[in-house]
Design a protein. Structure first.
Length: 104
């Protein structure tokens, strides 16, 4: 995999580097093969990951049930699958325009 995200049919697979305890929940920059996301929640018993899923559901225009945490519920390194996103955040839309093949 050469990118932080790729498509499997209508499902977007996204590799994330979570940054809990942030002042504001927001999408950060690409670091290696992960997208940094700052999360305004403490990493206690999966609360930060749950907050992240809620935030991303809004960003991608999907229900929370359309997002699956493949791994990393209790870790900063995560992989998520987002089924049929209705919107793409700018950083992902730019990635899609800049590549071809399985990576957008």
């Amino acid at each position: 995999m050469a990118s932080f995200c790729y498509w499997e049919g209508d499902t977007l697979v996204l590799n994330i580097l979570g940054r809990p305890r942030a002042n504001k929940t927001k999408i950060g920059k690409v670091i290696g093969k992960q997208l940094e996301i700052h999360v305004a929640e403490n990493p206690v018993r999966g609360k930060a990951t749950a907050h992240l899923v809620t935030f991303l559901a809004e960003e991608f225009g999907v229900a929370e049930s359309a997002i699956t945490v493949v791994f990393g519920v209790y870790n900063v390194n995560k992989q998520l699958r987002i089924t049929a996103p209705q919107r793409l955040p700018e950083i992902i839309a730019k990635q899609r325009q800049g590549t071809t093949g399985d990576l957008f």
